[in-house]
Design a protein around this ligand. Structure first.
Ligand SMILES: Cc1ncc(COP(=O)(O)O)c(C=O)c1O
Length: 486
């Protein structure tokens, strides 16, 4: 296979497309972008291949600097920026093919689907996979379509408070609503009923001792009793599916107790309601040494909470755009070509990247590294909690860490201003920290946005983890001071 060499344009000119940008081009972009443009920095390139450090350019001064990314760029880059093995596999793929029409079989498509079927947990193992080139939202729409096709006429779904599943016209309806701040309304909301999620740190049943992602030991899962009513016929139309993130990510880093999931699964199996898990953020070893959170519960707690369908995006594409849905073999239906495809849905590049990234993580045991580095960071956060009243809760296994900021540990009043200050202060101190999504009232009043995330790539070193902890404390301190001054 020949190496890639340009035919018509100079190498230098082609390289210039990605290697730099002038302040004038940034200014023009600001005029032409339909998205509201609020970013302060332009992301230029990895500091080194496969690193959590990235070189950015300030949009006003044009100065370059290095930043440590604790967000893995929307929780996606499991192996850091521009990983060499992934890029090599992509380069080889690009020499052969960059695109085929939807439905086409390529070596990468077959290998990727087979691998996902091998890695899937519980009753999904050996299941059927459908992929798309866009991500989690489209994967959820695939799940919704299949549930309706297989559901003998039922087309109603249960979803949860604070859930987030995408911004398409349909997936916004399945997600936490933003009535007053979003200027369009979702399509198809009549297909969803939303119920409270089990939020142990802020229990609706007033149990006070839910903390660190664990239930109050006194609780009797009253939250499940309520959900059970809906599963047993209280929705306005007959239910065909329940959609949930087993550990809500954007909505505030809120885990569903595994016992809740088990009860849910049992009733859904009895009532012929499909369980649809969104593991877009928690899969691909993000929570430690298992591929999914569902597998972690199976191996560590000995309970099988595996759903009928599971969606993936983020790290599944090795840093390239990819979404996937896996479905249990118990569901006999398959899609016809009319029902499920997009122009780019057989994308060989993303599939190659996804598979290469999985191979690296497996070979180098980065899931284990994720667990060790996660423990290192959370241990330090627990120490900081003793020192800082504003650290209310610390949740998450592996490098899936959310810190709930509060005005004081007793009242647990959300400290939204602090989160917003920290997210702005972070880059000034060479670190990107991630925010949870805002939760608004119907009139647009901000109710809470107070969970800050530490989710760097899985392959970070001990030194990187120490750096993240040091910076976290320093950003916290400065932000508290800044707020006092205001
Ligand atoms: C849990 C979860 N599900 C679904 C989505 C939507 O995925 P996408 O943006 O790829 O459509 C996201 C995106 O952040 C997510 O976090």
């Amino acid at each position: 296979m020949v190496d890639i060499n340009p035919k018509y344009i100079d190498k230098e000119e082609l390289e210039g497309i990605s290697s730099d940008i002038s302040l004038e081009e940034i200014e023009n972009f600001d005029k032409h972008s339909l998205n509201n443009f609020v970013e302060l920095k332009t992301i230029i390139e990895a500091k080194e291949p496969g690193s959590p450090w990235v070189i950015v350019k300030d949009n006003k001064t044009g100065e370059r600097e290095e930043i440590f990314d604790c967000t893995s760029m929307n929780w996606t880059l499991a192996l850091g920026f521009a990983h060499p093995d992934v890029n090599y596999a992509v380069y080889e793929q690009m020499k052969r093919l960059t695109h085929v029409r939807s439905g086409c079989l390529t070596p990468a498509r077959a290998k990727f689907c087979n691998k996902l079927a091998e890695l899937a947990p519980g009753k999904l193992k050996g299941g059927r996979v459908v992929i798309n080139n866009q991500g989690g939202g489209l994967a959820l729409e695939s799940a919704i379509k299949l549930a309706i096709i297989a559901g003998r006429g039922a087309d109603h779904f249960l979803t949860f408070f604070h859930g987030y599943h995408g911004t398409s016209l349909v997936t916004t309806g399945a997600s936490q609503p933003f009535h007053a701040v979003s200027r369009f309304s979702p399509f198809g909301t009549e297909h969803f009923t939303r119920v409270p999620q089990p939020y142990c740190y802020r229990c609706l049943w007033k149990y006070k001792n839910g903390i660190y992602g664990k239930r109050d030991p006194q609780c009797n899962l009253e939250c499940f009793d309520l959900v059970e009513k809906y599963l047993m016929g209280m929705t306005p139309k007959k239910l065909i599916g329940v959609i949930l993130e087993p550990f809500q990510a954007a909505g505030g880093h809120i885990p569903f107790p595994p016992e809740f999931l088990k009860k849910l699964k049992d009733i859904c199996e009895r009532e012929k309601i499909f369980t649809i898990y969104d593991e877009c953020q928690t899969a691909v070893w993000r929570t430690g040494k298992y591929f999914t959170l569902t597998e972690k519960y199976e191996k560590e707690l000995g309970i099988d909470v595996s759903p009928d369908m599971m969606m993936f995006t983020k790290a599944i594409g090795g840093g390239f755009p990819l979404g996937a849905l896996i479905v249990s073999l118990k569901i006999k239906k398959r899609y016809t070509p009319t029902e499920e495809h997009t122009t780019f849905s057989s994308t060989p590049i993303s599939l190659t990247a996804g598979l290469a990234s999985i191979k690296v993580i497996e070979k180098e045991k980065f899931g284990e590294n994720c667990e060790t580095r996660g423990k290192q960071i959370t241990k330090r956060l627990f120490e900081l909690q003793e020192k800082y009243e504003v650290i209310g809760d610390i949740r998450g296994p592996g490098l899936f860490i959310g810190i709930e900021l509060v005005k004081n540990q007793k009242s647990r009043e959300p400290y939204t201003e602090l989160l917003e200050e920290m997210v702005l202060e972070g880059p000034k101190q060479k670190i990107f920290l991630g925010p949870s999504m805002p939760i608004f009232s119907g009139t647009g009043q901000m109710l809470m946005r107070n969970v800050i995330k530490i989710k760097p790539p899985l392959n970070i070193t001990e030194e990187d983890a120490n750096f993240a902890c040091e910076k976290f404390e320093s950003v916290l301190k400065t932000s508290l001071n800044n707020i006092k001054k205001e």
